[in-house]
Design a protein around this ligand. Structure first.
Ligand SMILES: Cc1cc2nc3c(=O)[nH]c(=O)nc-3n(C[C@H](O)[C@H](O)[C@H](O)COP(=O)(O)O)c2cc1C
Length: 175
């Protein structure tokens, strides 16, 4: 698929076929994650690939909007290292985007579960604590997101750019 087709077909997919993801496909996702750019090229993000059903079911109970983890074939937890780079959040978010697009290219669907909450430290702590304890993640790592992955059982259809978008400005903010 070309990049535009992948971008248009990337939707949040929350229902999946009961089908395992082959190792080589997981390898493509991991490559995308680690090839993604990072500020100053620093290794400020790490990834945990999970395929164990028991662990996935446990993560589905994270106090966040991730109940779809009960149906996924795999998940990738994306963590960030504030001790390595001040750009850890951007770095880990960009990596999530790269994984998501690669998943589409591989015929997979993905869902994004926000764990880190920049505006609400208490909420963030609640979500991160649960995932940290479940996966033995060290305290100095932040937990940006969980991406759920699987072969789509349903697809809402491709996206097209909204017409007359107010979101885009040219030359200055007010056009
Ligand atoms: C930063 C961010 C946080 C998100 N958090 C969640 C979440 O916690 N749970 C969830 O089910 N979906 C989450 N999503 C998915 C969005 O709701 C979804 O991408 C959006 O509704 C647009 O739909 P689309 O992905 O099909 O284009 C998140 C997406 C982004 C980019």
């Amino acid at each position: 698929m070309n990049v535009k087709t992948i971008i248009q077909n990337r939707r949040e997919i929350t229902s999946y076929e009961d089908k395992a993801i082959p190792d080589d496909v997981i390898g493509e996702l991991v490559d995308a994650a680690t090839l993604a750019p990072s500020g100053n090229n620093l290794p400020s993000r790490e990834f945990i690939v999970i395929r164990n059903k028991e662990t996935l079911n446990q993560l589905a109970d994270t106090p966040a909007t991730v109940s779809w983890l009960k149906g996924v074939s795999a998940a990738i937890v994306i963590t960030g290292r504030p001790d390595v780079s001040k750009y850890w959040l951007q770095d880990s978010s960009i990596a999530a985007g790269f994984i998501w697009l690669t998943a589409v290219d591989q015929g997979l669907g993905a869902a994004f579960g926000a764990i880190y909450h920049a505006q609400d430290p208490e909420e963030s702590e609640k979500r991160e604590h649960y995932v940290r304890e479940s996966l033995s993640i060290p305290n100095d790592r932040r937990i940006t997101a969980i991406l759920g992955l699987g072969y789509p059982a349903e697809h809402p259809g491709a996206k097209t750019p909204p017409e007359n978008s107010d979101l885009v400005h040219y030359e200055t903010f007010n056009d």
